[in-house]
Design a protein around this ligand. Sequence first.
Ligand SMILES: Cc1ncc(C[n+]2csc(CCOP(=O)(O)OP(=O)(O)O)c2C)c(N)n1
Ligand SMILES: [Mg+2]
Length: 643
Amino acid sequence: MTDERPEVRDATAPGPITERLTVGQALVRFLAAQYTERDGVEQALFAGVFGIFGHGNVAGLGQALVQNEVDPAPGEARLKYYHARNEQAMVHAAVAFARTRNRLQTMACTASIGPGSTNMVTGAALATIDRIPVLLLPSDIFATRFPDPVLQQLEDPRSLDISVNDAFKPVSRFWDRINRPEQLIPSALAAMRVLTDPAETGAVTLCLPQDVQAEGYDWPVEFFRRRVWHVARPVPEPAALARAAAAIRAAKRPLLVAGGGVIYSEASAELAAFADATGIPVADTQAGKGAIAFDHPSAVGGVGSTGTAAANALAAEADLVIGVGTRYTDFTTASHTVFANRDVAFVNVNVLAFDAAKHAADMVVADAREGLRALTDALAGHRVDPAYEARATRLAAEWAAVTDECYHRGHGPLPAQTEVFGALNELMGDEDILINAAGSMPGDLQALWRARSPHQYHLEYGYSCMGYEIPAAMGAKLAAPEREVVAIVGDGTYQMMPAELATIVSENLKVIVVLLQNHGYASIGALSESVGSQRFGTRYRMRTDDTDLLDGPPVPLDLVANARSFGLDVIVAATIEEFRAAYATAAAAPRATVIHIETDLQGPNPPSSAWWDVPVAAESRLASTRTAHEAYLEAKKNQRHYL
Ligand SMILES: Cc1ncc(C[n+]2csc(CCOP(=O)(O)OP(=O)(O)O)c2C)c(N)n1
Ligand SMILES: [Mg+2]
């Protein structure tokens, strides 16, 4: 943090100089004065506040925000207010904003007490799992407890200190409740430290009791001074670097796995330089796709359960996996099966020791960019066997042919969604942003998307949260107004959370939403079939009188009319040709467009080359389940600990 004291301060005067403000006003003024710095570039930490008001925050933070907008104190920066429609969605939007800004800038989110606050719990979990900074300000029950139980209060006979906001504790990196005004001072500072620490970052939650928000206090003016939080780039410890370099030099078939940490650290040039120098093939995770351009000679595409046959073949043989900025989810490791070489070892470069230590690795606790730079230097003169390099190149070329086929199948009568992805891949600009999170799309995209820049592929797969996509498009567009932002949304996801389309319209944000209508869950339907559950409950069907089951005709829900009702342009495309034309129209339009296209629920999807552990019922009267269980037991034999 940089020390810049206000000039008004007479250092010899006794006692602090104070200013009387409410807790809400003090918090707004404090937040507006926070900055981050990395690589010599400073930016405001908070670009604004998403909010939905209720009795918990209207008089506290709400009053402070309107005062900030219409009558700011001298020198007080503006903290722009965005009126969201759903509290979960506004956290998603804040996450997408912060991710697009490489975690150097974020948004705060204010919600009323009770349901407004607990609606943010899912967003908090997503942020913390994905390691993205967001500041959550749930309102809370009266600190005085005078009028208890207040509207929307949970009463717990065990303790009067419990409120629904305790539910944020396991999903926050920092959690506090401000029961007295002066507690805000140490708490706000601790919150900023966590938000701006690349290892610790995630959801930071400051619970603000409704009465305390409106309470006055004499604040030391230094609390409001401009503060710059320096976002660290930790360098590797020399001994750890030497061990890692020795392991890489000794490896015959090393494979690098690039995770989201490479992108947040802006380490793409260093990753490419590492690959250029060593010839080591580079695979990517959902968060890391785009860290290396798809057409880099060392790029072999996504690895794991939904990876490419190229990356998975190399993973199966690898004697050393170099994980950079990855936390090795089960999709990356194919539930501990994809790295199949008996002697496989790991070197992990990660800013968080917890991740660096995974799979009994040689740990290099460092920023991805600094770690890659240091490794490239330490490996000077080293290059993998040309035959191994050639094999990686050949495998990648074979997968490119599969991708071309998936992109241009000419499937009918309804198109396959992979053809929509192919069209988007060809139509979108290098710097445009594609957003997705849940459904059958992430798997196809992980296997097929040809990312040409570090931010083109924005896939939320840590929490794979249905409903992320539309609010995320809003957040990404606010972060990168100059880029086209395209959200791919399934019909299931759309029904879960279309509400921020209203905010997108009111903020005049030009985004493109591609709505893939397949009348159900292509994803969970296929999974259900594979585990012997016969696609049960995965189609949107009418309940019929004769069977009392959901096996009737498709539910007559008109998503086109629904989208249109938000006040944006909606284009219906029936074929890939029409989709291409619709995209061109949407791209040229000055306002947001939804493109609706019906796709085949049954695929076809890209060929799979790895497993995912979803336990199958061990006992069943259904033959479909018994068959699936046998296959499950067989596949499980390949699962192992990496020790
Ligand atoms: C909030 C949430 N609830 C449930 C799930 C489990 N889930 C994963 S994909 C999916 C279905 C998605 O349907 P749709 O958006 O239509 O995409 P499709 O599978 O058809 O591609 C469900 C229910 C989830 N990921 N997120
Ligand atoms: Mg669907």
